[in-house]
Design a protein around this ligand. Structure first.
Ligand code: 4NP
Length: 149
């Protein structure tokens, strides 16, 4: 799961999918990263943590890191939150196999609509709740795909 800072959208997506994987007793490895290096080592944004808590989901244990080329080797699927993240990840791809791993996360829940998870950082509380609902839905769709594999 990849966003810009790895403190709002992608840690939430990470924790949502991890919880669903755990509930099903699966062993998939879920992780998240940011394309920028501004927040490396930081806890998730307190507004995202509070929103997640209001839905009984804990994200406070996660720490921001930057996306790196080795992530193409370590993961089968790389989900970008928005077009900018998508392009930034693709610019690091070494070959077509790397490129094929990169997806827009909302294509899972809203195929062909080319939707982005809005960046909530400079907005109010409602933006965080919207992000939660979008990512809860998208991670449900990802789970449905994983259990059909
Ligand atoms: P994220 O949100 O990419 O969902 O983690 C942001 C976090 C930090 C900034 C922007 C977006 N920032 O400008 O510092």
């Amino acid at each position: 799961m990849v966003c810009l800072g790895n403190i709002c959208r992608s840690p939430l997506a990470d924790a949502l999918l991890q919880e669903k994987v755990n509930k099903r007793g699966l062993n998939h490895i879920v992780d998240s990263a940011g394309t920028c290096d501004n927040h490396i080592g930081q806890s998730p944004d307190s507004r995202m943590t509070a929103t997640a808590e209001s839905f009984d989901l804990s994200i406070n244990h996660l720490r921001a890191r930057q996306f790196e080329v080795s992530d193409f080797d370590n993961f089968d699927l790389i989900y970008a939150m928005d077009n900018s993240n998508f392009q930034n990840i693709l610019s690091l791809a070494r070959n077509e196999e790397d490129e094929r791993k990169v997806k827009m996360i909302l294509d899972e829940s809203h195929p062909k609509m080319q939707l982005e998870v809005p960046d909530p950082y400079f907005g109010g509380e409602r933006g965080f709740i919207e992000v939660y609902n979008l990512l809860d839905n998208a991670t449900d769709c990802i789970m449905n795909k994983l259990i059909k594999e």
